[in-house]
Design a protein around this ligand. Structure first.
Ligand code: NAP
Length: 285
């Protein structure tokens, strides 16, 4: 007897991001009515990298739609670490700015960590400071890294409780792999991190009840390595709108899967805007 291939349900990040966006816009409007000033996100762009220019433009457009003011700061590519730190410190001290986003990468000559640490933790709505990272680790209140925060929201929206599940995170970057593993651990998953030195990667991936792909390699993870019924979160975004998971073969085995585009991607900006309004509410309470 032949069995029909199982087809996973999509996790619709576009629809969920829209719902979160509507609630964020309502909260922004209420705050503006109460204080006479809209929540304000400062976006800081170093240089003219086309992808970074596009990302910042998208974020500012979404701010405008949600009734969040954005203050854009453009800095030349040859700015020094000291000058960038001074700009971020000034924004951190400015009472009219509630959240700060430093678009990265910022250029190899700059000490990116020093720049991130110049962002006041209360305004770190992109979740990039050591304070925010530690809060994720300790399970304390704070701003999540936006993409990992968005992934957790998707799991919640689709009724996936990580408790007791085997979660495998492929990738260990500071903005994505590591924090999403911490958040899953905080929700009682048994977490395994994989990276470029992992041996027997396929075997580890096959154990995953929840798989997070955060590698940056197109269609790197194939369906044959996915456990039947697994929840597959593809955070990858590669040229040609392709994720890190081979979608068609993975969808035959997974129970839930995020499409690319339209899965994790839209959630990142939704969480950024939501955290900007969180920050503004706290600062104006
Ligand atoms: P990254 O900093 O380049 O990290 C990639 C990770 O993958 C590293 O930890 C690396 O291991 C690991 N890796 C590389 N080759 C591997 C291999 N052959 N086997 C196992 N692991 C391997 O990338 P990132 O910034 O985390 O981004 C990852 C992906 O997510 C990219 O496609 C990016 O575009 C996407 N992304 C999407 C969003 C969004 O909003 N949707 C946000 C951020 C990133 P090592 O640590 O050993 O080098």
């Amino acid at each position: 007897m032949t069995s029909t291939p199982r087809t996973a349900r999509f996790m619709d990040g576009t629809a969920l991001a829209r719902e979160i966006g509507d609630r964020t816009a309502a909260r922004a409007a209420a705050l503006t009515a109460r204080t006479g000033k809209a929540p304000c996100l400062a976006t800081v762009l170093v240089g003219e990298d086309p992808a970074s220019v596009t990302y910042v433009k998208m974020k500012r457009n979404r701010c405008a739609k949600a009734g969040i003011e954005s203050r854009h700061v453009e800095l030349p590519a040859d700015i020094t670490t000291e000058q960038l730190v001074a700009t971020l410190t000034e924004l951190s001290e400015d009472p009219d700015v509630h959240g700060i986003l430093l678009q990265h990468p910022v250029g190899e000559h700059i000490d990116e960590r020093a720049a991130f640490e110049a962002i006041a933790p209360g305004k770190d709505v992109d979740g990039v400071t050591m304070t925010s990272f530690a809060a994720m680790g300790f399970g304390l209140p704070g701003f999540a890294s936006c993409t990992p925060g968005g992934i957790m929201r998707l799991l919640d929206a689709y009724g996936v409780d990580p408790t007791g599940k085997r979660a495998v995170v492929v990738g260990r970057s500071a903005i994505l792999g590591k924090p999403v593993g911490l958040l899953l651990l905080g929700r009682n998953a048994t977490v395994t991190y994989c990276h470029s030195r992992t041996t027997n990667l396929s075997e580890v991936i096959r154990e995953a009840d929840i798989l997070v792909a955060a590698v940056g390699r197109p269609e790197f993870i194939r369906g044959e390595d996915i456990k039947q019924g697994a929840v597959v979160i593809d955070a990858g975004y590669n040229p040609g709108n392709v994720g890190d998971v081979h979608f068609n073969s993975a969808a035959e085995r997974a129970s839930l899967i995020t499409p690319v585009p339209g899965g994790v991607g839209p959630m990142t900006i939704a969480v950024l805007l939501e955290q900007t309004v969180d920050a503004a509410e706290r600062q104006t309470a």
